[in-house]
Design a protein around this ligand. Structure first.
Ligand SMILES: NC(=O)c1ccc[n+]([C@@H]2O[C@H](COP(=O)([O-])OP(=O)(O)OC[C@H]3O[C@@H](n4cnc5c(N)ncnc54)[C@H](OP(=O)(O)O)[C@@H]3O)[C@@H](O)[C@H]2O)c1
Length: 489
């Protein structure tokens, strides 16, 4: 578009701009932001936080489900037989039939709106046929019968876990981040949120927009210095309610630009013509880059003038975001990478980064997984699972392989290795250890609660640990303290 063709200020566009940002409030209220992040109005459609429980019909799994429900948390259960699960788990829980060993059954419906997974599946073990109560044996006071495996441990403990991990949506891997705009999946809401805010508001003739393609947003248009203009921008309307980003360290942009220098502006007040917190960033022609904008590097600016006495940015109340291409830097200095004419900044995503990383995948494994075949091990002193590992199809060996799949998956995890599980009521004092040497017992009740607690503990992030109960103990657990000594893998 030639500059002379565009030489006239467009009053209609000016009014449209003001209306869009509700400076003139004649556009009706649109509940766009509620649909994205939830908010404080009746119209809000908050995305449910759902925890997926795998192995929900098992001894630990059913206790996890029960406790989550008691805490008012939505639960989805992956089960092999929904009818059987219904009788065990009741009518109030969502069930989806699938089998870890059959990858085709692990479809995306299972993971819809899932924020975390607690996996308590395990190879079914039963007493050897013909083994009777009179042939019962004891290990550390626990009665057991000679066991045999019903399923193939390699398939359940290793391939099954691998199938599950492969099927997980990539969003579960985003650790410590909050995605504000994912332009790779454009929605109608995104279109409603972003509007152009160009120098037309000051008499200029530049014109820009945010165009959505199938997998990105493109901030593009034409910037002109005619009529003392020289800037284009796209800005969100005010978020209702504002976002609280105080748990994060900054904003991350994933962009592909044209070599020009752009500004990112974020506001912690709802005024239209108000202080913005700015950060300038350079793009590389046609190369995708990640820009990290720490909150403490944002400069308070009002109409391109820096405020020496300006308050620091407050991430508790974020009202709007803006991307700008301007002839000016700050305080009258020129942008050295500015050229009038066409421009293009492709944006893939805008995220908050640097939040606490919490586990999203909790795996119930077993103490002893590293012990079979370990040199110098006195098998006589080891629990039955270690002694009988070979007869049981290498169950512990395959559990360890399953653990390895989780550890190398990139998903934030906690691997819990209980000692011998009991049906005792919960509430014992728990002892956590790392290095796979401890022996003892722990109740399924306590393991269920430990799994749930791990999801809120930053210190549980990427850890593997064993757990047993202190003998004859009764204690109300201080969970922060319990997890505090853990070392990440
Ligand atoms: N017993 C112990 O002393 C001990 C000690 C340490 C660790 N562990 C481990 O702790 C975990 C929990 O123990 P638990 O006593 O709760 O186990 P459990 O009662 O045997 O439950 C196992 C669960 O896994 C499910 N499952 C098995 N194969 C599956 C597949 N292919 N696809 C989907 N689900 C499948 C079972 O479903 P179905 O109902 O359909 O069979 C069941 O819900 C297990 O991994 C166990 O090996 C046990």
């Amino acid at each position: 578009m030639a500059e002379q063709q565009k030489g006239q200020w467009d009053g209609g566009r000016f009014l449209k701009t003001l209306a869009y940002f509700r400076v003139i409030p004649f556009i009706g209220n649109i509940s766009w932001i509620q649909n994205l992040w939830g908010g404080g109005t009746k119209k809000r459609q908050e995305k449910p936080n759902i925890i997926l429980v795998v192995g929900a019909t098992g001894g630990v799994g059913k206790r996890v489900v029960q406790r989550l429900q008691q805490q008012g948390i939505k639960v989805r259960c992956l089960v092999r037989d929904a009818n059987r699960a219904r009788t065990l788990l009741g009518n109030t829980v969502e069930l989806i039939e699938a089998d870890l060993t059959i990858p085709q059954t692990l479809n995306s419906e299972i993971f819809q709106d899932i924020t975390a997974i607690i996996c308590c599946s395990g190879t079914k073990v039963q007493p050897v046929e013909g083994d009777t109560p009179n042939r019962e044996k004891y290990y550390q006071g626990i009665k057991f019968y000679l066991p045999e495996v019903v399923d193939v441990p390699e398939l359940v403990e290793y391939k099954g876990i691998q199938n599950l991990i492969y099927a997980l949506p990539k969003t579960l891997r985003n650790a410590g981040e909050k995605i504000l705009f994912d332009f790779t999946q454009p929605t109608e809401e995104i279109k409603e949120i972003w509007g152009a805010l160009d120098d037309i508001v000051m008499g200029g003739i530049s014109e820009s927009s945010l165009k959505l393609t199938s997998d990105s947003a493109v901030f593009t248009g034409y910037v002109s210095t005619a009529n003392s203009g020289g800037f284009v921008s796209v800005r969100t309307r005010n978020f209702e309610p504002p976002l609280n980003l105080s748990d994060y360290q900054g904003i991350e942009l994933r962009v592909k630009g044209d070599g020009k220098r752009y500004k990112f502006i974020i506001r912690c007040n709802d005024g239209w013509d108000s202080v913005g917190y700015c950060y300038s960033f350079d793009t590389v022609y046609n190369i995708p880059i990640t820009i990290r904008i720490p909150f403490d590097k944002l400069i308070p600016v009002f109409r391109a003038k820096t405020l020496q006495e300006g308050k620091p940015f407050n991430p508790n109340q974020v009202f709007s975001l803006q991307l700008m291409l301007s002839k000016f830097q700050y305080d009258g200095a020129l942008n050295p990478k500015f050229e009038p004419g066409l421009f293009q900044l492709e944006i893939e995503s805008i995220k908050a980064y640097g939040g606490n990383i919490l586990p999203r995948f909790v795996q119930v494994s077993s103490a002893g997984v590293t012990r079979p075949g370990k040199p110098g091990l006195n098998l006589e002193e080891e629990p039955p699972a270690v002694r009988l590992n070979e007869q049981l199809g290498g169950i512990l060996t395959w559990k360890l392989r399953g653990e390895d799949v989780i550890r190398s998956s990139g998903i934030p995890y906690t691997i819990i290795r209980p000692c011998a599980l009991t049906e005792q009521p919960g509430g014992a004092t728990l002892i956590l250890a790392q290095g796979d040497t401890i022996k003892g017992q722990v109740s399924r009740d306590d393991i269920a609660e430990l799994c749930i607690q791990a999801l809120t503990q930053p210190k549980a992030f990427n850890t593997t640990f064993e757990v047993k109960a202190e003998q004859n103990s009764q204690g109300s657990e201080n969970w922060n303290q319990l997890f505090s000594e853990l070392k990440p893998d």
